[in-house]
Write a protein that binds this ligand. Structure first.
Ligand code: PHE
Length: 450
């Protein structure tokens, strides 16, 4: 037991940390959610709010999580147990594990779709079809509940395979290969899309700010999207932080991950919007935009057959590096707190998630009985986790770091016991202690009153 503790698994290199954390951050949220939010909330005006949110609030909140993880060398629950024993703070950790579980349950549904769409593109299913027909295919597929469940199961199996292998031999090894591939393909697709006829309208839509759309609701949705996209507020970064080497620089890791995540989200917009405008599709068409618009566009491009396959493979990869991090939060918690092996914890975590996930998938079938609070179970899980639990978790985490963990411990961890000079360290702590809690609270409350 002691032996095991001393040799706690961890990341082998700084690049590995960034690949894993950026892999968690960059996911379906960047590719199917962000462009839709952008489309619905006023294009570049939303982008500006989003950038402000992630740079001013996101980086310090991310740092708070990484600091807690590395300092405590524990999973999300264990971190609070260690740093604040005999208090109610571990509830924040439990909330995080619960949130990860809820997200993984519906996220794995969408992840499974990417596998179905790899198959569709391999069999050239989109060839010659117009948008209506492709859209019909998408909703027909939703109605095949058990087919969704099957792909979801396969996806969770892939996720479990990587997590089962461990941090360095599993998570780090695979994310280090997969993330650069994703980036290259997105850049190629972005260039292709931005040079289509009529693409300029899409780019204008993306970058021309429409400030009249900026309501309180839009700000709260930028916050929600930011937390979701950076995988913050639920313990992924506490858990990954606990595997970071003591000599690594946390601040530059947090900044790199935030910038990479935002860059990819904008890039996804550059892939989707010019293409959508070029084919006369309304940008607020929802996530069908990714599953319908892109296949149709690829079909009309030279070499599109291959590009379409590669795109969905990479979408699957983006999803996979995120589901890995979600499952890791659950697995680290189960294995460390209940003292069972990683292997067993992986099986338990994956099966438990699948059990709930099945209902999330089946709730998308027409006339489904699986409704909750007037929404499909799928939408409810999404709403509860990303609109309520993530910001709330983030709020409690910064309050904990700012007011309980304290400035000295925070700065010691941030500067590696004073060995690195971090010019912004006081500003960062000020944000963590005052600005972030206040901003998250104001946005949260005003969101509920509107
Ligand atoms: N950040 C991921 C995405 O944008 C989703 C995610 C949220 C992953 C929370 C882990 C934790 O798709």
């Amino acid at each position: 037991m002691l032996e095991e503790k001393k040799n706690r698994d961890g990341f082998g290199s700084k690049l590995g940390v960034i690949a894993a954390a950026a892999g968690s951050a960059i996911g379906l949220g960047n590719i199917y959610r962000f462009p839709c939010e952008l489309g619905e909330n006023g294009g570049a005006a939303f982008l500006l709010v989003y950038l402000a949110v992630v740079l001013i609030l996101g980086v310090p909140v991310m740092l708070s999580e990484l600091v807690l993880g590395r300092n405590s060398q524990s999973n999300a629950v264990g971190a609070f147990k260690k740093l604040a024993p005999k208090t109610a703070w571990p509830i924040v950790g439990y909330m995080g594990v619960l949130c990860g579980f809820l997200i993984l349950a519906f996220y794995s549904t969408v992840s499974g779709w990417t596998l179905e769409y790899i198959m569709k593109s391999v069999t050239n299913d989109f060839a010659g079809k117009d948008l209506k027909t492709i859209e019909q295919g998408f909703s027909d597929f939703h109605n095949m509940g058990w087919r969704n469940v099957m792909w979801q199961g396969v996806f969770l199996l892939l996720t479990a395979f990587v997590v089962y292998k461990g941090v360095q031999k599993g998570i780090e090894k695979y994310t280090k290969i997969l993330m650069p591939m994703l980036l290259i393909i997105l850049i190629v697709l972005g260039v292709r899309s931005a040079t289509l006829p009529g693409a300029a309208d899409g780019l204008r839509f993306l970058f021309n700010p429409d400030f009249s759309k900026l309501t309180g609701e839009v700000v709260i949705s930028a916050l929600g999207q930011g937390f979701f996209s950076l995988s913050m507020g639920m313990g992924v970064l506490i858990t990954y932080g606990s595997y970071v080497n003591k000599n690594d620089r946390l601040a530059s890791t947090a900044l790199s991950v935030t910038l990479a995540d935002t860059f990819v989200a904008i890039l996804a917009g550059i892939v989707i919007f010019p293409a959508a405008f070029s084919f006369g599709i309304k940008p607020s068409a929802g996530m069908g935009l990714v599953f319908n618009t892109l296949p149709m566009i690829f079909d009309s491009m030279a070499g599109g057959y291959v590009i379409c396959i590669v795109f969905f493979v990479l979408l699957a990869i983006a999803a996979l590096t995120s589901t890995i991090s979600l499952l890791e939060v659950i697995v680290a918690y189960i294995s460390e707190e209940f003292h069972i092996s990683r292997e067993k914890a992986t099986v338990i975590g994956a099966l438990a998630t699948f059990a709930l996930g099945i209902f999330a998938s089946l709730s998308l079938v027409q006339d489904t009985p699986f409704m909750l609070g007037g929404k499909t179970l799928f939408d409810s899980l999404d709403f509860v986790s990303s609109t309520i639990l993530l910001p709330l978790g983030g709020l409690l985490i910064v309050i904990f770091v700012g007011w309980k963990f304290g400035k000295k411990s925070f700065l010691d961890e941030l500067t590696n016991e004073g060995t690195i000079k971090s010019p912004l360290r006081n500003v960062i702590f000020f944000i963590v202690k005052y600005l972030a809690p206040l901003a998250i609270m104001v946005i949260f409350v005003s969101g509920f009153m509107s």
